[in-house]
Design a protein around this ligand. Structure first.
Ligand code: P53
Length: 485
């Protein structure tokens, strides 16, 4: 059986869900300059070039330091309104309560609390907004689970100090955390430091112009230190706080039993996944990471106390996202498939979603076991789900049996990991429980929710919320504690 206090719920992130981007004294974040996109046309940020012309650049395209991120008034940016949780939170939380949620995973927008990121004093209006959200949750017995930083970077810090490349950003982050821990003490117990810490890359999440491997590892080091200090601070302020890491659980299989494929898979999973969890769960850089940096000629600038900080800042649990698995191969002529941002070979045993993400429920059981074996820390599935296009019938019903199938198959495997393998699991919060903007493509039509939001890729729609078939299905799942699937 799942634990009695197992946390069934759902998950969202501020920049994809909240909107109200210029209300309540909120400052701009890098995500506010991200345009919408489509499956083929990836999103871009808007910048001013040296002639004061607005240009659009993908974050992987290197940009010069003097380029300044700006907002083009003629263009639609999905984060600005998102699906307007800022104004709809009462209705949304009521719907989650109706589904029977025990918890709600959400993130706080850094620039709502510190508009520039580096102020001495927080913005009271921003703090009040989250007070209201948490109070509304607690009214229904819903436990808030808070991601402190979900793909969030104040534009000011990106522009003035290259975001996480600067050690000063650690202090800014800690002031933000201290404010949250003190203000929401007694209301929030479950925290996560950095969403998908192993997927933080270019401008949007790290705030860095002109990325290089050296800059990447230096910024990552600052984030590791910031996270470890956050864990310590959170425990000091309230010993009941449970502070976790958040890992994009990149699960890879070798394409064949050729030892070269197996060795490649080991290498890939270390580089893309284990490095991050090893540092945050064990409190030091694993030897393969040190060798990897040595090989790439990376010289980390560290302070003397850094090793001790990492050691004293191990996380309490591992939150992770799981959508799919991928296949790695040493075969040079392999056909490539896109899965979770990593280029990989096709898996002939699995079906794919419309966005070409392979669907692999057994991979969830494997992942739970791999993480439990390696770390012996409680696990929390904080993202899982199927991005799909939904069709609204004339009577307003939405028959999303494909989503129900996806979730059912994953919950079955999750239960096996707990009941047959003995994995310690805190809860399950499927992604985008209410439809939201896709992080990868900026689309609205890539929907994950059990609640539909009337809004299209251009931001047009009434924002009306409608229950999909999966709403009633998940309600029963929670009610029966995962027995009725
Ligand atoms: P979308 C890429 C690969 C794996 C997970 O993703 C990812 C991403 C970013 O696109 O992000 C996580 O919206 C993330 C969420 C995101 C969700 O997965 O591209 O934590 O913010 O929305 C799903 O379909």
């Amino acid at each position: 059986m799942l634990k009695e206090n197992f946390l069934w719920g759902g998950a969202i992130a501020a920049n994809q869900f909240e909107g109200g981007y210029n209300e309540g004294g909120r400052g701009l974040a890098t995500s506010d300059t991200k345009t919408n996109g489509s499956l083929t046309r990836k999103r871009k940020h808007s910048f001013l070039d040296e002639h004061n012309q607005i240009i659009y650049l993908h974050e992987s395209e290197w940009i010069s330091h003097q380029y300044q991120a700006v907002i083009d008034q003629d263009i639609y940016y999905p984060s600005h309104k998102a699906v307007d949780f800022y104004h709809c939170y009462k209705e949304d939380i009521a719907l989650m309560a109706e589904m029977g949620f025990k918890c709600f995973r959400m993130s706080i927008s850094w620039t709502r609390i510190f508009p520039q990121g580096n102020e001495e004093k927080p913005n009271e209006e921003g703090l009040k907004f989250y007070d209201q959200v948490f109070d509304e949750c607690l009214k229904y017995g819903i436990e808030p689970v808070v991601t402190i930083n979900h793909f969030d970077m104040p534009i000011y810090l990106a522009q003035h100090q290259d975001g996480w490349l600067s050690r000063q950003t650690i202090d800014c982050h800690l002031r933000y955390c201290q404010t949250l821990f003190e203000r929401y003490k007694g209301k929030v117990k479950y925290w996560m430091t950095f969403n998908e810490i192993n997927l933080l890359r270019g401008y949007a999440t790290l705030g860095i112009h002109e990325m290089t491997p050296q800059k990447y590892y230096q910024a990552l080091h600052h984030i590791f230190i910031a996270s470890a200090l956050t864990v310590q601070l959170g425990h000091q302020i309230d010993k009941n706080n449970q502070i976790g890491m958040m890992l994009a659980n990149i699960l890879t299989y070798p394409e064949s039993c050729n030892p070269q494929d197996v060795a490649l898979e080991l290498n890939v999973s270390r580089r893309l996944k284990y490095l991050f969890a090893d540092v945050q769960c064990r409190g030091y850089y694993p030897s393969y990471a040190l060798k990897l940096m040595e090989k790439e000629n990376i010289q980390l600038v560290k302070e003397e106390s850094d090793d001790q900080i990492l050691k004293n800042g191990c996380v309490d649990y591992i939150g992770f996202s799981y959508y799919n698995s991928g296949v790695v191969t040493t075969r040079e002529d392999a056909g490539m498939a896109l899965g979770n941002g990593v280029q990989m070979a096709h898996n002939p045993y699995l079906k794919e979603s419309a966005w070409k993400w392979p669907i692999d429920p057994i991979g969830l059981r494997i992942s739970l076991n791999l993480l439990w074996d390696r770390y012996q820390k409680p696990l929390f599935i904080v993202e899982n789900g199927l991005g799909a296009e939904d069709h609204v019938e004339e009577d307003g019903s939405i028959h999303d049996d494909y989503r129900i199938d996806y979730m059912r198959d994953h919950i079955i495997e999750m239960k096996k990991a707990v009941e047959e393998d003995g994995v310690d699991l805190i809860g399950y919060t499927p992604w985008g429980c209410i439809d939201l903007v896709s992080a990868g493509t900026g689309e609205m039509k890539k929907r994950y929710g059990m609640i539909y939001v009337d809004m299209d890729d251009e931001g047009k729609g009434t924002l009306k919320r409608m229950k999909k078939d999966s709403f009633y299905w998940y309600q029963k799942v929670i009610q029966s504690h995962g027995e009725e699937l």
